[in-house]
Design a protein around this ligand. Structure first.
Ligand SMILES: *Cc1c(COP(=O)(O)O)cnc(C)c1O
Length: 393
């Protein structure tokens, strides 16, 4: 046995990263519900505003609760700096808007979260920022679509809801060779399963609403990455105001204390469920990154430590079969969130992606019979039983 000092592990960092004790010597960190902070004197106020010293000024800039969450996420993701935002989408928007100007270009993966797709196609073009989508199935498309004015590459892996993967090491190397930051929405994997910054990304985005909260209570987001990139995000956020509330930061930081144990169970339940349903007579396919039948199984094994908590079931019978299935589930929830303790099913073709044509849906791996199962922490036997009865078997 060696007594050599070692770096703390993920679980320890998630639990032991805490705002310094107040004079009350509390064990669990208190809530700092204050809009502003007091200055000792005129010189103190001047120095804080001039950013000559660190310290609290106003909760739109920083707050002890959001600082704790950000420090923890930097340690878990391996980032130098970060900011917390009110939602995952405000993190996505800030990370892009802080870095682009009119005339710039952004390259993104085609399979994107619905609101991120709206941002690229409906909002950024109003300000003269163009974008292109590259296809996972065509690796050469990435290089071909890069332009001299491409300011960042934005991707999701695994994608929501199609569970397509992108090779982070490969794309990170391409981005670095061109001097373009790679921004990764790491919502599905969380830093417990995948650390994009160690594989070549410059920035990681989170919807903390999902696995970080883990219990479907609060919205939140975060941007973690290099000092240089985050300096632009901090300036932008400070003056445009997507700040996370102190209460949500407090809640989310406490939730991170249990992220590792929750993810272990989400993943083992998802794996059991995926294996159970693979080959089911009512299903066309089961998709899960850690099933050997997943087209990118080898990549999943390389860049993720486990397969995650989302399983895709593709029902035979398309749209109608999907709708029927949702009307028949009893215990599991039909809701739009994911990453909750409660198992949640959604049918993208009739809801989030209903405005796309079937061909457009196919291009992002969403077939009409696709059901996204966010596998919760109920006993896996009970989850499987409910899905079985809903399938009508
Ligand atoms: C939910 C989600 C978002 C948006 O996060 P909000 O907290 O809902 O704003 C972004 N990306 C992915 C992959 C998501 O699942």
């Amino acid at each position: 046995m060696s007594n050599a000092p070692h770096d703390p592990h993920f679980e320890t960092l998630a639990i032991r990263t805490q705002t310094p004790l107040s004079a009350e010597r509390e064990h669990s960190v208190p809530l700092y519900l204050t809009s502003s902070f007091q200055f000792d004197d005129a010189e103190h106020a001047r120095a804080l505003f001039a950013e000559e010293m660190p310290g609290n000024i106003y909760s739109r800039y920083a707050n002890p609760n959001t600082d704790e969450l950000v420090r923890k996420l930097c340690l878990l993701e391996g980032g130098d700096d970060g900011i917390a935002t009110a939602s995952g989408m405000s993190a996505v928007f800030t990370a892009i808007a802080a870095r682009v100007s009119s005339g710039d270009h952004v390259l993104a993966s085609r399979a994107l979260f619905g609101s991120t797709h709206q941002l690229f196609t409906r909002i950024l073009p109003k300000w003269g920022v163009a974008s292109d989508y590259a296809d996972v199935s065509d690796p050469s498309s990435w290089e071909r679509l890069l332009r001299p004015n491409t300011k960042l590459i934005f991707i999701e892996t695994p994608s929501n809801p199609g569970l397509e993967l992108i090779d982070l090491e490969w794309l990170g190397a391409l981005a670095q060779s061109r001097g373009i930051p790679l921004v990764v929405d790491n919502c599905f994997a969380t830093p417990y399963l995948q650390r994009p910054l160690a594989l070549g990304a410059s920035v990681v985005i989170h919807s903390a609403t999902k696995y970080m909260d883990g219990q479907g209570r609060a919205l939140g987001g975060a941007i973690i990455g290099t000092k240089e990139y985050l300096a632009d995000c901090r300036f932008f956020a400070r003056h445009t105001g997507p700040a996370m509330s102190a209460f949500n930061a407090w809640l989310l930081s406490k939730s991170l204390e249990t992220l590792a144990v929750r993810m272990d169970r989400h993943c083992s339940n998802a794996m059991t469920l995926a294996q159970h349903f693979e080959g089911h007579p009512m299903l066309e396919a089961v998709r899960y990154p850690f099933l050997p039948s997943h087209p990118q199984y080898a990549l999943a094994q390389r860049q993720m430590s486990q397969g995650g908590g989302i399983v895709v079931l593709v029902l035979k019978g398309g749209l109608e079969a999907g709708r029927r299935f949702l009307d028949r589930v009893r215990m599991v929830s039909h809701s739009a969130n994911l990453g909750d303790t409660r198992t949640i099913v959604t049918h993208p073709a009739s809801t989030t992606h209903s405005k796309l044509t079937p061909a457009e849906r196919e291009a992002v791996a969403i077939s009409d019979g696709l059901i996204r199962v966010s596998v919760g922490l109920e006993h896996v036997t009970d989850i499987i039983a409910d899905l079985e009865q809903a399938l009508g078997s």
